[in-house]
Design a protein around this ligand. Structure first.
Ligand code: PEP
Ligand code: MG
Length: 324
């Protein structure tokens, strides 16, 4: 399938109305790294570090993690990599961790909540990440931050890790960029100060959608019930885009929908200019973006919204057929 898109692999995704959309890839295993070149990704928009923890039967050691992160950075070269700190709990349970027996794991003790309550593992991981850079810049992102204070506390952990590394005599990155995932509606309505403070935001559409519609992403009975192109959800996403624009906060989208061509062009139409997806999706998404007029598509979305339609999908599909 990659071959089909070989002719556009090295080209930027520029729409027919002249808008540039950055396409990055999601990764998490060393096996993903060759895709950096094969897919034409502009970088790794989401490196899911928990996968390295999930494929082992015991907690990885810091030295092992340093080696893994070094390989990732070496493979990426000049391309940026966004490392997401451990996102465990809920659908991602470490076999060697004590089970928590929670009634609602998706709403439970997971991701940054674990990282802040039991900072030992996150500290070890942060040190490994800092060490792997060998002085080069580092980009970090926290999972499942639901309020500004959690972001502040998580960033303070980074500062602490830097201080420890310095004390141990290790070089620290020349620049550390710290951002967060936006996966709960609460964070979308954090104070303006948060948006000014955070260095970038990446929308985790998988989780954000499940909480927006209160529909479990793992539950087959309900998970397809609400369309991503539902007018309410698109309007909500557009509001996040506008809030980020007003503070100049870089914004991306890294849920699975970014890799679905129709969804991806709609995300671009409402203003998202950086999408991160599975590598095999980059070709198809780029191909459609390069054939699309986002201004015209945005009008189609607005018209459907005006008319009171539940989802804009049908109209978008018709527009795509007409556009060719
Ligand atoms: C998401 O929630 O959209 C996301 C990218 O994170 P994950 O799928 O790893 O929860
Ligand atoms: Mg998530």
């Amino acid at each position: 399938a990659q071959e089909r898109y070989a002719s556009i692999r090295g080209k930027p995704a520029i729409t027919t109305c002249g808008k540039r959309v950055e396409l990055h890839m999601n990764a998490g295993l060393l096996a993903d790294l060759p895709s950096l070149t094969n897919s034409g990704a502009e970088g790794v928009g989401l490196f899911r570090t928990e996968l390295q923890f999930l494929v082992r039967n015991k907690m990885p050691r810091r030295t092992e993690l340093v080696a893994v992160y070094k390989r990732v950075l070496a493979a990426a070269g000049e391309r940026p990599v966004v490392f997401r700190t451990l996102d465990i709990g809920s659908d991602k349970v470490l076999p060697y961790m004590k089970p928590t027996d929670e009634p609602n794991p998706a709403l439970g003790w997971r991701a940054i909540r674990v990282g802040l309550d039991r900072p030992g593992v996150m500290r070890m991981q942060l040190q490994a990440l800092l060490r792997a850079t060998e002085g080069r810049p580092l980009t970090l992102m926290f999972p499942f931050v639901a309020q500004y204070d959690e972001f502040r506390a998580a960033r303070a952990e980074v500062d602490k890790a830097v201080a420890i590394e310095r004390k141990l005599g290790h070089v620290v990155p020349e620049k550390i960029t710290v951002g967060t995932m936006l996966e709960t509606p609460s964070l979308a309505y954090a104070s303006k100060k948060f948006f000014e403070d955070v260095e970038f935001i990446s929308i985790g559409g998988n989780d954000l959608k499940q909480f927006f519609f209160a529909a479990d992403r793992e539950n087959e009975r309900v998970r397809r019930r609400y369309d991503t192109l539902n007018v309410s959800f698109l309007t909500f996403l557009e509001e996040i885009v506008k809030r980020c624009e007003s503070t100049g906060t870089p914004l991306s989208f890294c849920g699975e929908d970014a890799g679905r061509p129709i969804e991806a062009v709609c995300l671009a139409a409402i203003g998202l200019r950086r999408l991160s997806m599975r590598p095999a999706s980059i070709g198809p998404v780029k191909s459609l973006l390069m054939r699309t007029n986002l201004d015209a598509l945005y009008q189609v979305i607005c018209d459907a919204r005006e008319r009171g339609d539940q989802s804009v999908r049908e109209h978008v599909m018709e527009f795509m057929r007409w556009q060719g």
